[in-house]
Design a binder for this molecule. Structure first.
Ligand code: NAD
Length: 255
């Protein structure tokens, strides 16, 4: 694996599991000093141990991305530990699915707090250090920001807001050589998709729904994030990149 990120530091929120863990693994494998920032201390420590045992430079920092004081302190600690902050991947997020009339205001607020306010707070505090030498912020949104299923209002709204936050930040931060991008995955096989009533195991039907012939893997998203975070994507900012096996381009027709 090439060392595209030698001498750089990244923060991956929600890096203890799922897509975030794959992103942390990928960036660390390419030479990045990698900070996993996650609310789940046990899972975060296990991931840190797993990746450091592979010879990678990875450290876990505990924070809830929706709590400004925790975010601010954790980001200060990352800077003190690694000496720079070059890449921020706002990946931490929570899924949600419930009929509209059963949704509560507290649940709406929690989804918005984690999925939208979290990336805002992490960007606000990481930028304090990124402004020194430029950087990249990548927000993990969702195809649910672009098209919807029933019963996902808080989730879809949080991810739609994240796309708008992406281009707003891109405009504010371009003068500091900070690029800001969104990635919108379709169906990726992680624990988020095991919330009821979804089945815990994927079937050939699930894979077959995708024009590309299979459901996505966390590593698919990690490879895209690594490209976008690298200098090879140096002229990209303010845009959303969809990665979904062709699902959002699929026309439904009846014979
Ligand atoms: P996951 O549930 O497997 O992992 C999420 C991680 O985020 C966990 O480690 C969790 O502890 C952490 N986290 C949750 N709340 C947090 C908080 N308040 N502060 C810090 N960390 C927190 O989820 P995943 O499937 O890997 O999803 C990752 C991201 O990708 C999410 O933003 C999700 O919305 C998005 N996404 C997922 C899919 C999919 O199909 N899995 C599709 C589109 C978008």
């Amino acid at each position: 694996m090439s060392g595209r990120f030698e001498g750089k530091t990244c923060i991956v929120t929600g890096g203890a599991r799922g897509i975030g863990a794959a992103i942390a693994h990928r960036l660390a494998s390419e030479g990045c000093k990698t900070a996993i920032l996650d609310v789940d201390e046990e899972a975060g420590r296990i991931r840190e141990k797993q990746l450091t045992s592979m010879g990678l430079s990875v450290k876990f920092f505990k924070a809830d991305v929706s709590v400004e004081e925790e975010v601010s302190k954790a980001i200060d600690k990352v800077y003190e530990t690694f000496g720079s902050i070059d890449v921020l991947v706002n990946n931490a997020g929570i899924g949600y699915e419930k009929p509209l009339e059963l949704q509560t205001l507290d649940e709406w607020r929690r989804v918005i707090d984690v999925n939208l306010t979290g990336p805002y707070l992490c960007a606000k505090h990481a930028v304090r250090y990124m402004k020194e030498r430029g950087g990249v912020i990548i927000n993990i949104a969702s195809t649910r920001a672009l098209q919807s299923e029933p019963n996902t209002e808080p989730y879809s709204a949080s991810k739609g807001g994240l796309l708008a936050l992406t281009h707003a930040l891109a405009m504010s931060l371009a003068p500091y050589r900070i690029r800001v991008l969104a990635v919108s995955p379709g169906w990726i096989d992680t624990s988020e998709w095991q919330i009821p009533p979804r089945r815990p195991e994927l079937s050939p039907l699930d894979h077959g729904q995708h024009p590309a012939g299979r459901v996505g893997r966390p590593e698919d998203v990690a490879a895209l994030v690594a490209f976008l975070a690298s200098d090879e994507a140096g002229w990209m900012t303010g845009v959303n990149v969809v990665i979904d096996g062709g699902m959002t381009k699929k026309m439904i027709y009846i014979d």
